[in-house]
Design a protein around this ligand. Structure first.
Ligand SMILES: [Fe+2]
Length: 301
């Protein structure tokens, strides 16, 4: 069992993070400067000149090939500001590389349910997701560099669950339940009260991830895929919840990495091809990662 492998590890006494005692994963008392990430108040970004474009990425899921392709696309567009809506890790084969890249490049990162699972404990996860979470913890602890190890645990522990940016609200799941609630496209037909309740909690724009399906929800209610919008949502006074899709595990039947760029007047949806087979091969080579987690990348499901 993956959990036993982790429990058997003996982290140094000054190790930061829940693996200092996996049994006490709900009590990260050894993490410095962490009060309670669920209640942390956030400083908004400093206003920039004429609202420079901001790349918003989400759900990387330890897929380094996808993240590198997205970062290259962002750099090619000379975009200097990037933020992340969570699930940096979990499922995929390169959690350390992905988290380090996010730490070095993103202005803030929201806590996703997989980040939560790895820092605290998996909640409502299926077997494949739970095994991947415990394997990911093991990867964090296996790094012999204490400074790097502690830096990662500290970053995870300090992720906030919502961010009140001057132009939008950012959460991983939904404004009602930021970490775990999904807002599905079908909810506009089957859960209209839920959608209304969610829209009641925002004042204008809200960016989310979590479902790995990009698109725009409006209050009518309605949902528009990027294809419906010709990959561009024009910002108006209307409230909108914008799902940026997933960098590392898209589920809209398009295997390419998904993210958005927030311009001063519009949201641009982008897709970037990457070497999916390289990631799939890595998943297959790691026993703790279910082969399905690779297979689904090929299909974008
Ligand atoms: Fe996710």
């Amino acid at each position: 069992m993956a959990e036993k492998q982790i429990s058997n590890q003996q982290p140094e006494n000054d190790s930061v993070g829940p693996l200092s005692s996996v049994k006490n994963a709900h009590q990260p008392e050894k993490v410095e400067q962490v009060t309670d990430p669920l209640e942390q108040s956030i400083q908004p970004l400093e206003p920039g000149p004429q609202d420079p474009p901001l790349a918003i990425i989400s759900d990387i899921h330890a897929n380094y090939e996808a993240l590198q392709a997205v970062m290259a696309e962002i750099r090619s567009r000379n975009i200097e500001h990037i933020c992340c809506l969570g699930d940096v890790i979990g499922y995929g084969p390169n959690p350390l590389e992905c988290l380090d890249t996010v730490i070095d490049n993103c202005e803030f990162t929201i806590m996703g349910n997989h980040d939560f699972a790895i820092f605290y404990e998996p909640f409502n996860f299926n077997t494949a997701a739970e095994n991947a979470a415990y394997w990911t913890r093991g990867q964090f602890e296996a790094d012999s560099d204490r400074v790097r190890r502690n830096r990662r645990w500290r970053y995870l522990g300090n992720m906030q669950t919502r961010m009140n940016h001057k132009r939008f609200l950012a959460v991983h799941g939904s404004p009602r339940r930021p970490i775990n609630e999904y807002i599905f496209p079908d909810d506009i037909y089957s859960a209209t009260i839920k959608i209304q309740s969610i829209f009641d909690r925002i004042t204008h724009l809200c960016f989310v991830g979590h479902t790995h399906v990009p698109g725009v929800f409006v209050p009518q209610p309605d949902f528009y895929s990027p294809e419906d919008l010709n990959n561009e949502y024009r910002i108006s006074d209307e409230k909108a919840i914008i799902n940026v899709g997933s960098v590392g595990q898209p589920r809209d039947h398009d295997p390419r990495a998904s993210f958005v760029i927030l311009h001063h007047d519009r949201v641009e949806f982008l897709r970037v091809a990457y070497d999916v087979n390289a990631t799939v091969d890595k998943v297959r080579s790691i026993d703790a990662l279910d082969n399905f987690l690779g297979q689904r990348l090929l299909e974008g499901t």
